[in-house]
Design a protein around this ligand. Structure first.
Ligand code: ASP
Length: 324
């Protein structure tokens, strides 16, 4: 057989293999990788959608937490995983911001993944240890500025949403602070409750129970408008930090080259999960809501990821002198 015939034969075999895979998909357990520790906000979102998605796909989905390096460790591993649909990845805004925050990443944010759909966009909250001396956000800002040498700020590493929010906050108040980094804000929260550091900026999916249980002091939300379930908290923008707005959008990915029919199946299961009344209720309880159906698609997600990489690059560069 000539080379060319052999090559086209190979392409045909590959194409029929991938559609055969897609027909039987999923025939074994799917791993959903979360780039932060168990018990944190992204883990919470992952576990909430995994259940109805697994029901729709008729297959078990296990969550694997690979924390470290602000989410980039897990992203690197997923980029090198088999692209057979049995590894999927839930990441957030950090997917876009890490493209600017890191001079070199072991993967390309825009070309090494197949976006599957947007999941939810979670507001953040500024919270401090229970005995922190400020009574509201204005006092909080004044206190932090005056006592900056001794104030410590917790986050989940460069690339984490808690890092981004902290960096923007330090830039907005013009004051660099000492940072303590964790593999996720799940373990960071434990240390905040124990008074190991002073404050953090973290997602409502992690902070709502602690705020409602009065285990921490809450000062403000980072979204454009107030959050219905925490309506007594002002936005940072209305508290004097003009234009301060961060919401932690999450998206589902697969490694580059995962067959399109498989991506479509997982995406359809995601859209189903986002319609689930239990998911909607839990999201609402935790201060967030599912993305609309037309955003939970590969096309909308791909376009949004690119727009977000472009949106954050200049903002991060401007605030960058306050990065860790
Ligand atoms: N989402 C992270 C977590 O689940 C924390 C972060 O991005 O700040 O721990």
């Amino acid at each position: 057989m000539s080379r060319r015939i052999l090559a086209s034969f190979g392409v045909m075999v590959l194409a029929s293999m991938s559609s055969a895979h897609a027909d039987n998909y999923p025939s074994k357990v799917i791993t959903l990788v979360v780039p932060f520790s168990a018990g944190g906000p992204t883990d919470t979102v992952a576990r909430l959608i995994a259940q109805p998605m697994s029901k729709k796909l008729g297959q078990t989905i296990i969550v694997e937490n690979i924390g470290g390096a602000g989410g980039t460790l897990a992203a690197g591993r997923v980029a090198r995983s088999d692209n057979d649909g049995y590894t999927v990845f839930l990441h957030h805004i950090g997917m876009a911001t890490s493209a600017t925050l890191y001079r070199k990443l072991p993967y390309n944010v825009l070309t090494d993944f197949e976006p599957i759909g947007l999941v939810t966009s979670v507001p953040m909250t500024i919270i401090a240890k229970k005995d922190f001396p400020a009574k509201d956000i204005k006092e909080f800002i004044t206190y932090v500025k005056t006592n900056h040498e001794k104030i410590t700020y917790g986050n989940a590493g460069i690339g984490a949403a808690s890092h981004l929010c902290g960096m923007l906050f330090m830039s907005a108040i013009g004051t660099p602070l000492t940072t303590v980094s964790y593999k996720g804000t799940g373990p960071a929260m434990n240390d905040l409750l124990g008074g190991v550091f002073d404050f953090m900026c973290d997602q409502t999916t992690n902070t709502t129970p602690q705020i409602k249980g009065e285990k921490v002091k809450a000062y403000a939300v980072t979204s454009k408008t107030r959050v219905a379930s925490l309506s007594n908290l002002p936005t940072l923008a209305e508290s004097g930090l003009k234009n301060f707005e961060v919401s932690v959008w999450h998206g589902l990915y697969a490694p580059k080259g995962t067959p399109k029919p498989i991506i479509e199946k997982v995406s359809a299961a995601l859209r189903e999960a986002l319609k689930d009344p239990i998911v909607k209720q839990r999201f609402a309880d935790l201060g967030t809501e599912p993305e609309p159906q037309d955003r939970a698609t590969p096309e909308a997600h791909r376009a949004y990821l690119k727009a977000e990489v472009e949106k954050w690059a200049p903002i991060i560069k401007a605030a960058g002198s306050y990065a860790d």
